[in-house]
Design a protein around this ligand. Structure first.
Ligand code: IMP
Length: 428
């Protein structure tokens, strides 16, 4: 397999970072194609723990080049900090390529993100406050600044004036030159990484190199297919890999959807299977469900097959990676939503309206739970394959496969690479 896309099938935080790090063994390139530093991945390998927001999750795989492609919005300061953080950890500076077409997140985007949230009041989205919405809004309004312009002092000033002016009024000279200085300094630091990444990736794919496209956020945060308006601002489905990296759709060989064994969501918006009480508390505590980017406690709930069928279809999922199955250990019963009821009517499709999603009542299938085991026990079970899992956990996985009519390729039982059951053809 040459080109594989990994996307989140829920509301983000499915464990894509771990899955991408695992799959990146032997990959030539790991490519980010959407989002910005609103994403957060934690990778644990070789005694190192790395929290990444903007760099791709192949950062701990020596020999794997990292690409930040055109579909990403880049905060250059944060990227530089992340590169410096890698050096401090003793990791070698990665082979990094940044698209000259990627848009830049500027200071005023971050201010505007926070102001807009305040103005929304009760209709707040609960954004990460990283300036994502305003940066992508500038992009589609054609007043954005692109990474290539950080290297081009002549164009930069005019572009900055446009972007600042888009908020109304004429930007002050001091404001423009302050921002210009910051941008040029970042440009000097990142110069050697900035290039045409679409040309690079097309060449690599033509030579049969292995490329992993790493989605940020998740399907239900996608502005078209997610719970609009409670979504992010760049496309988070598999098709976005093609647009956001500048490779044709027929280049993609395989689409893997990452599914947490239960559901979480940060920020506001509908969440039909959300749980309060003891079970939600169990998921929060055992799953360490706190945002990597914002530290916010995530909302937790049961697995939702209505949402997952939608995710399967809009992404064209070939296979699933089920993560955090260990976290459900210790619950007496485990539930899975198989359909919704809206005003007494049974629906199997995922409604477009957030208001409808707020009032649906999930129909649940109930399963026996399985025991809580320690991290070492789960890792050792992983080495025994599916047969070593508790029977009830296997029944749960079989049900997901049969309902979604999609095979599982990876099962993750903990944060380490070892705690992974690899069911990919030829790997068992
Ligand atoms: P924004 O992307 O910062 O504009 O935030 C919009 C919505 O997407 C909010 O509900 C965020 O909590 C959510 N969000 C953005 N990035 C992530 C992520 O990487 N994981 C989970 N939720 C995210």
């Amino acid at each position: 397999m040459v080109a594989e896309v990994v996307v989140g099938a829920q509301w983000g935080d499915e464990g894509k970072g771990k899955v991408v790090d695992y799959l990146a063994e032997g990959a030539d390139y790991v490519v980010r194609f959407n989002g910005g530093d609103n994403a957060g991945h934690t990778i644990r390998a070789g005694g190192l723990e790395l929290r990444l927001h903007i760099l791709p999750s192949g950062a701990l795989r020596p020999g794997t080049a990292l690409v930040i492609a055109n579909g990403v919005a880049v905060n250059p300061e944060r990227l530089i900090e992340e590169l410096e953080g890698l050096t401090r950890l003793g990791a070698p500076e990665p082979r990094l390529f940044i698209s000259d077409r990627a848009h830049v997140i500027l200071t005023h985007h971050i201010e505007l993100d926070r102001e807009q949230e305040e103005r929304r009041g009760g209709m707040r989205i609960g954004t990460t406050g990283r300036g994502i919405g305003p940066a992508f809004a500038d992009k589609v309004s054609r007043v954005g600044v692109r990474m290539g312009e950080l290297l081009d002092a002549k164009t930069l000033r005019a572009r900055l004036r446009l972007s600042l002016g888009a908020r109304g009024g004429v930007p002050g000279r001091g404001q423009v030159s302050g921002l210009e200085r910051l941008c040029l300094r970042a440009g000097r630091r990142l110069r050697r990484h900035i290039c045409d990444t679409s040309a690079l990736l097309n060449r690599a794919l033509g030579e049969g190199r292995r490329v992993l496209f790493e989605g940020a956020q998740g399907t239900l945060l996608d502005p078209d297919h997610g719970t609009y308006p409670y979504t992010t601002s760049s496309s988070a489905v598999a098709g976005a890999a093609s647009v956001g990296a500048g490779v044709g759709p027929r280049r993609i060989d395989h689409v893997l959807g990452v599914v947490k064994a239960y559901t979480t969501r940060v920020g506001l918006g509908p969440f039909p299977t959300e749980l309060g009480g003891e079970v939600g508390e169990h998921m929060l505590r055992m799953g360490g469900e706190y945002g990597t980017t914002t530290g916010r406690a995530r909302r937790c709930g049961w697995l939702d097959l209505v949402a997952l069928r939608h995710a399967r279809d809009v992404n064209g999922l070939d296979a699933l990676a089920v993560t955090k199955l260990d976290v459900l250990g210790g619950l007496r019963r485990v539930r899975v939503a198989t359909a919704y009821r809206v005003r007494g009517r049974r629906v199997e499709g995922f409604p477009a309206s957030s208001r409808a999603l707020d009032i649906v009542k999930p129909e649940y299938r109930v399963f026996e739970g399985w025991p809580a085991l320690g991290p070492e026990e789960w890792a050792s079970r992983a080495s025994g394959g599916l047969e070593a899992l508790p029977d009830a956990a296997r029944v749960y996985l079989d049900f997901i496969v049969s309902e979604l009519e999609t095979p599982i390729e990876l099962v993750s039982l903990g944060p380490s690479r070892e705690a992974t059951i690899d069911l990919r053809p030829g790997r068992q």
